[in-house]
Design a protein around this ligand. Structure first.
Ligand code: ZN
Length: 335
């Protein structure tokens, strides 16, 4: 066992609750209890929630779509982070159990994952779910687990995933995140049937795209776990064939339990950061979109961007970093 894989003693010290799926307290309730406890026992988390409490919010309405802008200075650590392979290789991995802050506690999930409070929350109840071992971030191999998390958390929570090159702050350590369902504008927008088009079915799974939401989005819904997972994995494979590298194609994905099934919202990406991210001075825009931003909650860590964003600028950023409707349409045609 490497030092980074989480020794048994280390995991026991961290685990303030265990979820084994058999019976007992629902996972979402365990997470609420963990958060309440950790706000008292972990000063760093209390500071993160204070910052969230003071975060400012404004809404931007485009033509038939809307986003919220959150000004949250504490998020500079994430939006300004270097995620190039060399930097990642050199830094101690902050999701490995042995490197977590000493006060941080976890729910040990089905022996393999640690459910953790995110110390820089974007949402109240924002969780990070890290594998106990230092395994690479990859969705296709862990698709069934991702769907199971949505079942175990239930419809109150939305799971989300950032691909290793599309917003994951630890691209080398397998992790998901979770937040209360319905807080990202896109979750409501896609419920409007006028915003959906091109529906087709495969093995009981419905796949469609959105229309007029300023970025191309696939919506995948179904009730049979294996078939839903197979469709998502197929889509990722198709995106990979058109990519220039063997690494996982750039994507973000949201997943919610709906009755007996799942709803997944998939954002195929062209790049992580818009060109303006790398400009110095007035023209620079420190916007580094991940799943939450693609979901319509754009996080700004500096006041400048909080005021500067307009509908045109948001549309321009989406156009630069994500597929458009036509590109998602072509993807649908190939399924
Ligand atoms: Zn790690």
């Amino acid at each position: 066992m490497t030092p980074n894989s989480g020794t048994v003693e280390g995991l026991e010290r961290r685990s303030s609750a265990v979820f084994d799926g058999r019976s007992g307290t629902p996972l979402a309730d365990l997470a609420v209890a963990l958060l309440e406890r950790q706000k008292k026992t972990w000063p760093g988390l209390a500071v993160g929630y204070e910052a969230l409490g003071e975060a400012r919010l404004r809404e931007i309405r485009g033509d038939g779509w809307g986003v919220k802008i959150q000004f949250n200075p504490r998020r500079i650590v994430s939006s300004g982070a270097r995620v190039d392979p060399e930097t990642i290789r050199r830094r101690p991995c902050f999701l490995c159990p042995d490197h977590l802050p000493p006060e941080q506690q976890a729910i040990l999930y089905r022996d393999d994952y640690l459910v953790l409070c995110n110390p820089m929350p974007i949402f109240p109840g924002h969780l990070t779910i890290a594998h106990r071992r230092h395994l690479p971030q990859s969705l296709p191999e862990n698709m069934i687990t991702f769907l199971r998390f949505a079942v175990d958390f239930g419809p109150r929570m939305t799971l989300f995933y950032n691909g290793p090159r599309a917003g994951a702050s630890a691209p080398d350590h397998l992790h998901f995140q979770a937040a209360p369902a319905g807080l990202m504008p896109v979750e409501k927008e896609i419920l409007d049937p006028r915003k959906r088009t091109g529906a087709r079915r495969r093995d009981g799974v419905e796949i469609c795209r959105t229309a007029g939401l300023a970025r191309g989005i696939l919506v995948i819904e179904g009730k049979e776990e294996g078939n839903v997972a197979a469709v998502v994995v197929e889509v990722i494979g198709m995106l990979g064939r058109s990519a220039t590298s063997d690494d996982e194609p750039l994507l973000n994905i949201l997943c919610t339990r709906t009755g007996e099934g799942w709803r997944l919202i998939l954002f195929p990406r062209l790049k992580l950061r818009p060109a303006a991210y790398f400009l110095e001075g007035e023209e620079g825009l420190l916007i580094s979109p991940g799943a939450v931003d693609m979901g319509g909650m754009i996080i700004t860590s500096r006041e400048k961007e909080f005021h500067a964003l307009t509908p045109d600028l948001v549309r321009e950023i989406f156009r630069e970093v994500a597929f458009d409707d036509a590109a998602v349409d072509a993807l649908l045609d190939a399924i």
